[in-house]
Design a protein. Structure first.
Length: 262
């Protein structure tokens, strides 16, 4: 499945402008043969926008969701996008996956909140493994800091995730996560990992880019630089099956030894 990674911070503070950026990227991705487009964390509103994140938050089936579904349907590709989700009195840092016909397939709420900024503005999610079927692959959803917890990624592996989608707002000086941690997570769990970052300065943060699609062999199929880019790479089910046969980590586990972890 050809996957497009939209490395962009969009236009922080404007959902309308970010939908325009998404529409243009979806057109370019579809023209390049992509079946899936993935954005960065909180793409629809911006990340470091302070209290405005609560003002711009919408339900999972709100107007912005309808607009993304329309973009997906017009361009004929699935879209995974980050956004602030309002549910009752709470706001979640969320990721929604819509199909190429605009159907909402899955919605995930970030479970591991990073730093005071996120803990001050968001409620943590409580469902660790959220998945959907897409083009013959089991796609899992996760956000940024979540991927730095090996137990969380392993839970996805045990649940059968083939392609783990991870929008992020990875900032300086933690670029080693994109460069080293993400490929290792892909290898040790035998899955593809699509890690899609923001770029440039936003508030107090400097986002480092380096978006990547890492394969189950620990090798990056695509790697962006530190500017706005749309990069593409393939998640190949046949290669994944062969890699899992050659690297049977899940079969060789001894869960009885790991009780102290929980």
């Amino acid at each position: 499945m050809r996957t497009a990674l939209l490395q962009s911070s969009g236009r922080p503070g404007s959902t309308v402008e970010n939908l325009k950026v998404l529409d243009g990227a979806a057109g370019r991705a579809a023209a390049a043969g992509a079946a899936l487009l993935v954005t960065s964390e909180l793409f629809l509103t911006g990340y470091a926008i302070g209290d405005a994140v609560a003002d711009l938050a919408e339900p999972a089936d709100g107007d912005a969701a309808d607009a993304v579904a329309d973009i997906a349907g017009r361009h004929g590709l699935a879209i995974a996008y980050g956004y602030p989700e309002r549910d009752g009195g709470g706001v979640f840092n969320s990721l929604q996956l819509v199909s190429a016909d605009g159907t909402r397939l899955a919605n995930y709420r970030k479970t591991h909140l990073f730093g005071c900024f996120e803990r001050d503005h968001f409620v943590p999610g409580e469902q660790p493994v959220v998945q959907a079927g897409l083009n013959g692959l089991t796609v899992g959803l996760m956000i940024c800091y979540d991927v730095e917890f090996p137990e969380h990624v392993r839970a996805h592996a045990l649940a059968g995730t083939d392609l783990l989608i991870v929008p992020t707002a990875q900032m300086h000086p933690f670029q080693f996560v994109a460069e080293s941690v993400v490929p290792v997570r892909a290898f040790e769990n035998q899955m593809y990992v699509a890690y899609v970052n923001r770029v440039g300065h936003e508030g107090e943060f400097e986002f480092v880019g380096l978006s990547t699609l890492a394969g189950p062999d620990g090798i990056a199929r695509a790697r962006a630089g530190r500017t706005e880019e749309l990069v593409l790479a393939d998640a190949d089910p046949a290669f994944l099956a062969a890699s899992r046969e050659a690297n049977p980590y899940l079969e060789d586990r001894r869960p009885g030894l790991y009780g102290s972890l929980v």
